[in-house]
Design a protein around this ligand. Sequence first.
Ligand SMILES: NC(=O)c1ccc[n+]([C@@H]2O[C@H](COP(=O)([O-])OP(=O)(O)OC[C@H]3O[C@@H](n4cnc5c(N)ncnc54)[C@H](OP(=O)(O)O)[C@@H]3O)[C@@H](O)[C@H]2O)c1
Length: 271
Amino acid sequence: MKEKNIIVTGGTGGIGLALVKKLINKNNRIFIIGKNEDKGNKVVSDLFSYKIEFFKCDLSEKEEIKKFIKNISHLNKIDLLVNNAGALFLNRETNSDNVEKTFSLNHLSYFHMSLSLIDKLKNSYEPKIMNISSNAHKFYSLDLNDLENALNYNSWKAYCRSKLLNIYFTYEFNRKINNNVICNCIHPGFVDSDFGNVKKSFYRQGAKMIKKIFGISTERAAIPIYNLCNDDTLKKSGQYFFKGIVKKSSNISYDKKIADFVWKESLKYIV
Ligand SMILES: NC(=O)c1ccc[n+]([C@@H]2O[C@H](COP(=O)([O-])OP(=O)(O)OC[C@H]3O[C@@H](n4cnc5c(N)ncnc54)[C@H](OP(=O)(O)O)[C@@H]3O)[C@@H](O)[C@H]2O)c1
C-alpha cells in the first residue's frame, strides 16, 4: 500500500476528527487544520503512534491559508483533501480583510484550498476532494448582490447559503477543472457535534439538547464520508451524497450561470 497524504480541515473536532480516526493507519500521513492549538496538539498526542501533523490556521483568513499552503510545499502530491471546517456565526463577523466570516470560512476556504492544491492533487494516482456541505443548502437561494450577507444578517440564512455555495463550487469544479481530481460533496446528516455550541444562551442550550436527542454521533456521520474517500471505484465527480448515496440537491444548485458567477467572484477574493 502506498503512503497517502491527506488533509482534513477542521480535523481537530466533531465530524472531522471522527473521520481522521477512521482514515488513520500506518500508510497514511494526515495533516489536520484547526484554529485552537490546544485541541490540535491533543489530537496529535492522542494519536502519537501515527503520522499526523497539526497546523494552526484560521481558515477564514486568506493569508493564513496561503501560509499553510507554503508550509506543505515540500509535498509532491496530495491524495485526499477534505474541506470540512465550518461554523455558524451568531452575529455578523468579518475577517482581517473585512470579508464576512460565514462566506470566507464555509465557502472561500474550500475554494481556496482546493484551487491552491490542484497541482499536488493531480500528482496523485486517485486524487479526491470531499466537500462537507449540508441539506441546509435547500432552505435559501443566494442573493448574488450580497454574497457576504451584509443585508439584515441572519446567522442561519448565512450558514444555509454557505452550504449552497459548497454545492455550486463542487459542480463548477467538475465543469471548469478538467483533470483527474474527483470532487464531490456530502451532507453528513444531523450530527451531535460541537457545531453551533458557541454561546450559552437559552436558545443554544435548547439546540444542544435537540442534537443530543435526534443527532447521530460524529463516528456514525464519518462512516459514509470515509467510505467515499476510500472508494477507489468512485470515478464520478460533481455529485452530492447523503448516507453514501447520490442524492439530488436543490433545483437552484444546478444553475450553471450562478455557479459560474460565484466561481468568478470567489476568484477575486483569493488573489
Ligand atoms: N453538525 C451537523 O449536524 C452538521 C450537519 C450538516 C453539515 N455539517 C457540516 O460539517 C462540517 C463539520 O461540522 P461539525 O459538526 O464537525 O462542527 P464542529 O464540531 O464545530 O467542528 C468544527 C471543526 O472546524 C474547525 N474550525 C472551525 N472554525 C475554524 C476556522 N476559522 N479555522 C480553522 N478551523 C476551524 C474546528 O476547530 P477549532 O475548534 O480549532 O476552531 C473543528 O475542528 C461543517 O462544514 C458543517 O457545516 C454539520
